[in-house]
Design a protein around this ligand. Structure first.
Ligand code: PXG
Length: 291
């Protein structure tokens, strides 16, 4: 879903009409996927966890030796301004920082000015029935990027790894694909972190398993604490998922969604489990400041 109205886009300090918001074909974000981004949400006119998102954005930039030409506070203000300019009370936000305009060679030091743009729009990641009934996923044949090649902790503009897995999901007629890491352990899905529940314990892979440290993942771990649901970050294998009582995904776009089938195997009862539904409800309250 995306808004039909003509949007205002924030680009390099200006709010432009959508039709006028353009980047150069010499921008290294386009030529090489050289840049970083964030996906955020605005709920009830308030940006959800702005500090955590902006911190991750600046850390991603630092890791690729990219200096964002504004302060984190200015970035948060620009995001708020863009959402307001489009009269969005609830929306999705994409904040992007590219290496900027250079020439047709890789050298990023030849790109003096990073490009920054912010898009706010409506999104619906998955249909409503899927939240009630759960989703099926498959394991992709491609593995998650090795941390020593390109760390999955960097939210870079290079999403080919995830896109190749997403294509496998689409080919299999499902909405998401699970990626394993180079050790064969469970990492994450193409745009979501993964959790499982076994005997009342909520388990999610560790940062060392090669994942993006999701903001939603962090919120769910905190909510488990508040609700006194035991949870751990621990390396898990695909077998653990197959025999789990419950499984769910978390992400800015998806929020919390139950997984009821993995590689053709029904998970638990084959319906969204009670802990998943409790956490989904708690998350909805949390984003609206009610919890
Ligand atoms: N893993 C990966 C690889 C992601 O890209 C997450 C986990 C979840 O992280 P957050 O911080 O969102 O809880 C992501 C997030 C999109 C889209 O356009 C992708 C994400 C978020 C929002 C929208 O498909 N990725």
């Amino acid at each position: 879903m995306s808004s039909n109205k003509s949007l205002k886009i924030w680009i390099d300090g200006e709010l432009l009409n959508q039709a006028d918001a353009k980047v150069s074909v010499y921008d290294h974000g386009l030529l090489y996927g050289d840049g970083v981004f964030e996906g955020l949400r605005v709920y009830n006119g308030k940006i959800f966890e702005p500090e955590a998102h902006v911190r991750r954005l600046y850390n991603s930039a630092k890791a690729i030796r990219l200096t964002i030409p504004m302060t984190p506070d200015q970035m948060i203000a620009a995001i708020a301004l863009t959402a307001k300019a489009n009269q969005f009370n609830d929306c999705y936000v994409r904040a992007v920082v590219t290496r900027g305009i250079g020439y047709l060679g890789l050298n990023p030091t030849k790109c003096p000015n990073p490009t920054v743009f912010i898009i706010t729009d409506l999104i619906e990641m998955y249909p409503k029935e899927m939240y009630r009934n759960g989703m099926a996923i498959i394991t992709a044949s491609v593995i998650r990027n090795h941390p020593n090649a390109l760390s999955p902790r960097i939210k870079s503009l290079n999403y080919l790894n995830n896109i190749l897995a997403k294509i496998e999901a689409v080919d299999a007629g499902v909405s998401e694909a699970l990626l394993l890491n180079a050790d064969g352990n469970v990492a994450e899905c193409t745009a979501d972190n993964i959790f499982m529940v076994r005997d009342g314990l909520v388990i999610t892979p560790t940062t060392n398993d090669g994942i993006l440290e999701g903001i939603t993942r962090g919120a769910i771990l905190q909510l488990c604490g508040k609700l006194q649901i035991p949870c751990v970050e621990r390396t898990i294998q695909r077998y653990d998922l197959y025999v789990a009582d419950e499984c769910f995904l978390t992400g800015t776009g998806a929020e919390v969604i139950a997984v009821t089938k993995i590689d053709g195997r029904e998970i638990g009862s084959g319906k969204p489990g009670p802990i998943t539904m409790r956490l989904l409800e708690a998350f909805h309250k949390h984003v609206r400041g009610e919890m």
